[in-house]
Design a protein around this ligand. Structure first.
Ligand SMILES: Cc1cc2nc3c(=O)[nH]c(=O)nc-3n(C[C@H](O)[C@H](O)[C@H](O)COP(=O)(O)OP(=O)(O)OC[C@H]3O[C@@H](n4cnc5c(N)ncnc54)[C@H](O)[C@@H]3O)c2cc1C
Length: 549
C-alpha cells in the first residue's frame, strides 16, 4: 500500500508521489546532492559492487549499465558531470566517415550501430542532421558518393537516410553561403547530432532512477587495498564541504579520460605515462554565417583533418583542430593559432568570412593520445576504438572511444569484470533502455531536451508566467528552467547551470555573463545561498568566460 509524501521545497527531496516500495527506492535516489552525501555517510560500512571514477560519457555510461544490471553502483566525479571532454565534443552521433577512409570497417560498423541505438533511446536529445560535402573535382565526387553510399549500407536498418550526389545549383540552394568558385556539386549524407552535456545528465538521472548513486564534486584521492594488495575501494573527498569518505567496493573502474594516468599512479606510483593529450578546438558563430539547416563537412583541410560547420540550437559550431599538448587541464584554453586556423579555413569556404569579433564562444577539449612510455616525446594516436585493461591489483581502466559508442564501451567494461570473476553474471539491458518516455523530440517544443522534466517546467511557468520569459534576448533560457535545474540536476555553482545544464556559455559567452547575476540569484533562492556566495560566483564566472572568448 502506498503512503502520500508532501515535500515543501527543493531543499527537501523534490519528488512527490504515491509511494510503492519501488517508488520509495526511486525517491530516495532522486537526483539531490545533499541526499546523496547523507546516503554516502549513512552507508559508509557497505560494500559497493562497483565504484566508477569519472563522470564523463564513459563513467556515466558504465554506472548506468552497472545499476541497470542490478549492481550496487556509486559514481564519483571530481568536478561537475561532463565538465571535461564530454561537454566539449563536436556534438555528433556518428559512425565516423573519417575512419571509413582509413579502412577501419569494424569501428565504423560498431559506431553506426550505436548511433542507431542512441537515436532510438534518447530521441529528446538526438537529431537527424543532413550534411553536405562540397566537391571540386569529378574524382572527389565519385569517391565520396561511393564511400558514403557504403557508409549507409554499413548502417543497415539503422541507416538515417540515403547518400547521394547533387549538382552545383542544388548544392548552392542547400548551402546559400558556400563559395561557388570551382564547385561542381555536393554529396548529401546523414548522421546524428546531439547535446553532449545534457546527454550526460540524462545518463546520470537514468542511473539514479535505477538505484545508482552519482555524485559530482567528489574527488577520488587514493586507492584502498586489502592485505594481499588487491584494490578494494577508494578514499574520496566532497569538494564542497571537505568531508572525507572511505568507500569499499568489489570493483573499481577508472573512467577518467585524459586523467587516467593519475588514477593508475594511485594504484602503482611508478606506473609510466600512457596518455598524452591532444587538443580539439571549436568556435561558435551566429547562424547568419551558414543560413542553412544543412551542415558542411570538409573532409580534408590543410592539416589533413575533417572540419565541420554544424547548425546547433540557433548557432553554428565550427571545428576542430588536433594540437598535441604537454599538460592536462580540466579547463583547457584554445591557442591563437587554432582559432586562426578555423577562421582561415572557414573563410575559404564561406561567402561571409567570419572574423575574431564574430565569435560567440571558443571551446577546447582534450582527446587522449597514447604516449610512448619509453620515449615520452613521441606519440601515436590511440586507436579510436576504446581499450579496457585490468591491472594485477584489480583496477579496471577504460580509455579512448567516443561519445557515440559510450553504451557499448560500458557493456564491455562490465562484461570484462564478470569474465574476471569480480562480479556475478547479469545480462546487459541498455540496448533497449530508454532515456526518456517522450516518444519524439518535438512533443514538448524547445523544452523536450529536459525529457520528462519538460512538463514540470511547464507547471512552474503555469504557476508563475513571468518565469517563462527568456532571461536575455539571444538566449532561450528562462527562470523556470533554472529553477527546475536547481531542484533536479545537482548544480553546485553557476557554471554548472550556464555551461552544462543549459548551454548558454557555449552558445554565447557574453550573453551568458549578462544572465549570470540573475542565475546566481535564482540558485541562491532555491539552494539557500547568501549574497556573498552570489558575488563570488559572478566574479569567478566572469573570470572563466575569458577562456571562452
Ligand atoms: C574535440 C573533440 C571532439 C569530439 N567530438 C566527438 C563527437 O562529435 N562525437 C563523438 O562521438 N565523440 C566525440 N569526441 C570524443 C568524446 O567526446 C570522448 O570520447 C568522450 O567525451 C570521453 O569521455 P570520458 O568520460 O572518457 O572522458 P571525460 O569526459 O574527460 O571524463 C573524465 C572525467 O573524469 C573525472 N576525473 C578525473 N580524475 C578524477 C578523480 N580523481 N576523481 C573523480 N573524477 C575524476 C574528470 O573530472 C572528468 O569529468 C570528441 C572528442 C574531442 C576531444
Amino acid at each position: 500500500m502506498g503512503v502520500r509524501l508532501f515535500l515543501k521545497t527543493s531543499k527537501d527531496i523534490i519528488c512527490s508521489s504515491e509511494i510503492s516500495p519501488y517508488n520509495y527506492y526511486k525517491i530516495r535516489y532522486c537526483m539531490n546532492r545533499q541526499n546523496f552525501i547523507s546516503e554516502l555517510q549513512k552507508q559508509s560500512k557497505i560494500i559497493w559492487d562497483v565504484i566508477v571514477i569519472g563522470g564523463g560519457a564513459t563513467g556515466l555510461g558504465i554506472a548506468l549499465d552497472s545499476a541497470s544490471r542490478g549492481y550496487k553502483t556509486l559514481l564519483l566525479e571530481q568536478s561537475d558531470f561532463a565538465k571535461a571532454t564530454s561537454s566539449r565534443s563536436t556534438k555528433l552521433v556518428h559512425g565516423g566517415v573519417r575512419y571509413l577512409a582509413q579502412g577501419d570497417l569494424l569501428l565504423v560498423m560498431e559506431a553506426l550501430h550505436e548511433r542507431g541505438l542512441m537515436l532510438k533511446n534518447a530521441p529528446h536529445l538526438t537529431f537527424n542532421q543532413e550534411f553536405v560535402i562540397p566537391v571540386y573535382t569529378i574524382w572527389d565526387a565519385i569517391m565520396y558518393t561511393v564511400g558514403l553510399t557504403f557508409y549507409d549500407l554499413l548502417a543497415g536498418r539503422l541507416s538515417m537516410g540515403r547518400s547521394y550526389f547533387i549538382n552545383r545549383e542544388k548544392t548552392l540552394v542547400r548551402l546559400p553561403l558556400l563559395k561557388g568558385k570551382g564547385l561542381i556539386g555536393g554529396i548529401v549524407y546523414h548522421d546524428g547530432q546531439f547535446d553532449d552535456s545534457r546527454m550526460a545528465m540524462a545518463l546520470a538521472r537514468a542511473c539514479a532512477e535505477r538505484g545508482g548513486l552519482v555524485l559530482n564534486y567528489c574527488k577520488v584521492c587514493s586507492m584502498l587495498k586489502d592485505t594481499s594488495g588487491r584494490i578494494n575501494g577508494v578514499t574520496a573527498m566532497d569538494m564542497a564541504s571537505g568531508s572525507e569518505f572511505s568507500l569499499n567496493a568489489h570493483l573499481v573502474v577508472n573512467a577518467t579520460g585524459v586523467f587516467t594516468d593519475d588514477i593508475a599512479r594511485m594504484d602503482n606510483p611508478s606506473s609510466k605515462a600512457t596518455i598524452k593529450p591532444s587538443q580539439g578546438v571549436h568556435i561558435v558563430l551566429d547562424q547568419s554565417f551558414l543560413q542553412s539547416s544543412s551542415a558542411i563537412m570538409i573532409p580534408k583541410t590543410d592539416d589533413g583533418r575533417v572540419l565541420f560547420a554544424i547548425p546547433w540550437y540557433n548557432e553554428v559550431v565550427v571545428g576542430t583542430t588536433d594540437t598535441p599538448l604537454d599538460t592536462i587541464s580540466l579547463e583547457p584554453v584554445a591557442l591563437e593559432k587554432e582559432i586562426d586556423f578555423i577562421l582561415r579555413t572557414a573563410e575559404r569556404y564561406l561567402v561571409k568570412p567570419p572574423s575574431r569579433k564574430d565569435i560567440l564562444c571558443i571551446f577546447a577539449g582534450l582527446r587522449p593520445l597514447a604516449a610512448n612510455p619509453d620515449n615520452p616525446a613521441s606519440t601515436k594516436e590511440v586507436s579510436r576504438r576504446h581499450k579496457i585493461t585490468l591491472s594485477p591489483t584489480g583496477l579496471l581502466s577504460i580509455t579512448g572511444g567516443k561519445w557515440t559508442t559510450y553504451r557499448r564501451m560500458a557493456e564491455e567494461t562490465i562484461d570484462k569484470a564478470i569474465k574476471a570473476g569480480i562480479l556475478r553474471n547479469r545480462k546487459c539491458v541498455t540496448s533497449d533502455l530508454k532515456l526518456t518516455s517522450l516518444s519524439d523530440n518535438n512533443s514538448a517544443g524547445r523544452l523536450h531536451i529536459y525529457g520528462e522534466g519538460s512538463s514540470q517546467i511547464e507547471k512552474i511557468i503555469e504557476e508563475s508566467p513571468a518565469s517563462g520569459k527568456p532571461l536575455v534576448p539571444g538566449l532561450p533560457y528562462t527562470p523556470a528552467e533554472i529553477i527546475w535545474i536547481c531542484r533536479n540536476e545537482m548544480p553546485v555553482n553557476i557554471e554548472d547551470v550556464l555551461a552544462r545544464r543549459t548551454r548558454a556559455l557555449f552558445l554565447n559567452a557574453r550573453a551568458s555573463a549578462v544572465i549570470a547575476p540573475e542565475v546566481a540569484r535564482i540558485m541562491a533562492d532555491e539552494l539557500g545561498f547568501d549574497t556573498d556566495w552570489q558575488r563570488d560566483q559572478i566574479e569567478s564566472f566572469n573570470d572563466l568566460i575569458k577562456n571562452y572568448l
